[in-house]
Design a protein around this ligand. Structure first.
Ligand code: TK8
Length: 339
């Protein structure tokens, strides 16, 4: 009898609160599902940070928002996910800024060869007003950029020879990201540059469709490129950012609180990701050596020759992103270097 009364009471209370709060309450109890796609596998720096991001979103929203991290390009390569975000068929992703250049030309700024000398410069510019300005350009195209993560400084791997001088690039069949700046840069250096989505890269290397590719140490390790590549030449030819993107269509339908949860969580994940990526990079290099890759440094004088050879690329980048943005970036870097 007692139990019956209690359960009737509870039922009445639930019915009352549902009635009082109306349909908004009924909607609230169903967590908002967010598909967050990325290209690398779960055991990568990208995968680890995606998990931190998901945990943080769950915690900060009290379980009302549920971010599902979906890796290994299961939702498609970067360019396909970007289109899904624009169309509103997918909510979020993290990927290379380089694959966004076809959508927002200012993103090409980050592809400038040898733009940043170190991570400190990259963080300062990306997290400062210039990084913000470039990110804001996405909105008119249907995307919202939240934060930049670190992909890292890129290095060349291949099966033909160690790259010890500019001439070693000659005729190398090298996979590059799908972007005019990367294509032009490597063609200028003499390589036979071939644009391919990242998700097709391992098999292209394995089947010798291409001789080589370029990516940071962490990715060369997590994507097991050491299984199909012999030489790793430390060229550090460009710093690659990743960017956390949201579908603007979907973002505009969120409450301010929900937007804040995502932005704050993206920042927490960014700080984790940069630290993890930097901690792991040195270990990854040692691991790659242990796995038998032949590693060499590109001498500074040769890097300088490459940089010089690429002068023309810088001119076309500055024309494309706008001279004012280019000048502002150079001034900011000069100020950072003077410190
Ligand atoms: C992962 C890519 C990757 C990038 C590339 O989807 O394509 O080489 O470095 O990180 O964005």
């Amino acid at each position: 009898m007692k139990t019956l009364i209690r359960s009737t009471l509870v039922a009445t209370m639930v019915a009352l609160s549902l009635g009082a709060a109306g349909s908004a309450f009924a909607l609230d109890i169903k967590p908002r599902l967010i598909r967050f796609g990325y290209g690398l596998n779960e055991q990568s720096n990208q995968g680890r940070a995606a998990k931190v991001f998901a945990d943080e979103v769950a915690k900060a929203s009290g379980g009302k928002m549920k971010l599902r991290a979906i890796g290994a390009a299961a939702l498609g390569p970067d360019t396909q996910m970007q289109q899904a975000l624009i169309g509103g068929a997918q909510e979020m992703m993290v990927g290379s800024t380089a694959t966004l250049v076809g959508i927002t030309k200012e993103m090409a700024l980050w592809d400038t060869p040898f733009l940043f000398n170190n991570a400190r410069e990259a963080d300062a510019v990306l997290d400062g007003p210039i990084g913000r300005k470039v990110m804001d350009k996405l909105e008119e195209k249907g995307l919202v950029g939240l934060v930049y993560w670190e992909n890292g400084f890129r290095n060349v791997t291949n099966n033909a020879r160690a790259v010890t001088k500019l001439e070693d690039m000659e005729g190398m069949k090298l996979r590059v990201m799908q972007n005019e700046v990367f294509l032009d840069s490597f063609r200028t250096l003499g390589a036979n540059a071939i644009p391919l989505p990242f998700s097709e890269l391992f098999s292209a290397l394995e089947t010798r469709t291409v001789d080589g590719q370029e990516n940071p140490f962490n990715t060369i390790l997590s994507s097991k490129f050491y299984e199909v590549q012999k030489y790793l030449s430390v060229t550090n030819h460009v710093y690659s950012p990743w960017i956390v993107l949201v579908s603007k269509k979907w973002w505009d339908g969120l409450s301010n609180d929900e937007q804040k949860v995502l932005l704050d969580a993206a920042k927490v994940a960014r700080d984790f990701e940069r630290k993890d990526t930097r901690d792991e990079a040195a270990k990854a290099l040692a691991d790659l050596k242990a796995k038998g890759m032949q590693v060499n440094d590109l001498p500074a004088a040769e890097a300088e020759r490459m940089r010089h050879k690429l002068d023309g690329i810088n001119k076309s980048i500055s024309a494309n992103v706008g001279q004012a943005l280019w000048d502002e970036t150079q001034a900011e870097l000069a100020a950072l270097r003077a410190k």
